[in-house]
Design a protein around this ligand. Structure first.
Ligand SMILES: *Cc1c(COP(=O)(O)O)cnc(C)c1O
Length: 390
């Protein structure tokens, strides 16, 4: 069921009578909250998730955001963190213990992979990476001590997709907690809770903020799972979002559907341009009929936008560099989801001299389509493609 976007974004969680009828909520920039009686204070210490006491826990500005984000995902509850990486870390850590085994989709977001490869092995937690495109690979990797399945669908470079409802069902049969990185789709284009996934993570830095001016991350899920994370990892690591950054995310959220609509339409135009241009050898986009998992994408996603991965015809490293450095409107930068169009070549992540022309991934250039006029963007892409051979 689609959420009531207009109600959620404009009204849910807002208590305007409390703050002079102000349309935009106040930034409650306080570290602590005062009590009148010892009894009240004692009550709160029994459960820090029941009242405002200290902003490392609950904060009123952050709470408005939590309510809206939970409703967008169709979840009971939500926690907002200072970054997507912090949300991933807390969400995984809360549900694994020494001796446990994790199944992760291959090539997850780089800092998720770092946690699996470097941090968790120090505590006796091992991870198996699987090609997540089929249920069978999860079944084959499952061990008696598997307690967690980590998903990212679609992947933000190659858009590989996992059959979410099937994986969720397998996990439930074996008491395994599932978490998905849903940053690519946002709740407008994919609703994993409805497919049976336990925890949904998003980097709010990307589409939720939409203005490239703050980091943020979120987890949504059942109230009991979110409370478990709050009581331990959230309070203990202290990586909750600060009130001002929460306020920026609230502001971004107001225009999320309008921005996603615009980016979706512009992305289609840019895709059309790439398809007919001889300097483009190939491209990846999950809702294009040429995409290998197109049928599954259509089944579990309501849309796709923003990111297209391209490879240039005869893509030597020199050509890739020439193309990226010739762009005048697209900025070369990490991240995506903001107002500004971006480009990032995969080869920038390789040490100099390690480019292998025979490796298709080394050829990848990821293009992010922002909010500018699509004609203005296409003109820039055209001149940069022409510049390759001059
Ligand atoms: C950016 C990103 C993250 C991490 O989010 P931060 O807010 O940068 O910590 C996680 N997953 C995906 C797919 C991302 O693009």
């Amino acid at each position: 069921m689609q959420p009531d976007l207009s109600y959620i974004l404009t009204h849910l969680g807002e208590d305007r009578e409390l703050y002079f009828g102000a349309v935009a909520p106040p930034i409650v920039q306080t570290s602590n909250f005062a009590f009148k009686t010892v009894a009240e204070m004692r009550n709160v210490f029994q459960d820090e998730m029941s009242e405002y006491v200290y902003s490392r826990g609950l904060n009123p500005t952050v709470d408005i955001l939590r309510k809206k984000l939970a409703a967008l995902d169709g979840a009971e509850d939500c926690l907002v963190f200072n970054s997507g990486a912090a949300a991933i870390f807390a969400g995984v850590l809360a549900f694994v213990k020494s001796g446990d085994h994790i199944i992760s989709v291959e090539k997850p977001y780089s800092w998720a992979q770092k946690m699996f490869d470097v941090v968790l092995p120090r505590f006796g937690v091992t991870t198996t990476y699987v090609d997540g495109r089929t249920l069978e690979s999860f079944e084959a990797a499952r061990q008696p001590n598997t307690s967690f399945i980590y998903l990212e669908s679609p992947n933000s470079w190659n858009y590989a997709i996992q059959p979410l409802a099937q994986v969720a069902q397998l996990a439930k049969q074996h008491n395994i907690t599932t978490l998905i990185d849903n940053s690519y789709c946002s709740p407008l284009y994919q609703r994993p809770i409805e497919l049976g996934i336990d925890l949904v993570m998003q980097t709010a830095t990307k589409y939720i903020s939409g203005h490239s001016d703050t980091l943020g991350g979120l987890l949504t899920g059942s109230h009991s799972r979110i409370k478990q994370i709050f009581d331990s990892e959230y309070l203990n690591i202290g990586s909750g979002i600060q009130p001002f950054n929460a306020w920026l995310l609230l502001r971004g959220l107001r225009t999320l559907p309008a921005r996603i609509d615009r980016i979706t339409r512009s992305t289609q135009k840019v895709l059309h341009f790439f398809k007919q241009h001889p300097a483009i050898d190939s491209f990846l986009f999950p809702l294009d009929p040429s995409f290998p998992q197109y049928a599954l994408a259509r089944e579990q996603m309501q849309g796709a936008c923003g990111l297209i991965t391209i490879s240039l015809t005869g893509g030597t490293e020199e050509k890739i560099i020439r193309f990226c450095e010739s762009l005048k409107r697209f900025l070369m930068a990490v991240s995506w989801g903001g107002h500004e169009s971006l480009v990032i070549p995969k080869c920038a992540g390789l040490p100099e001299g390690n480019f292998d022309a025979a490796n298709p991934e080394h050829q990848w250039i990821r293009v992010y389509v922002g909010l500018e006029e699509p004609e203005y963007l296409i003109e820039d892409l055209e001149q940069a493609l022409n510049a390759i051979n001059t």
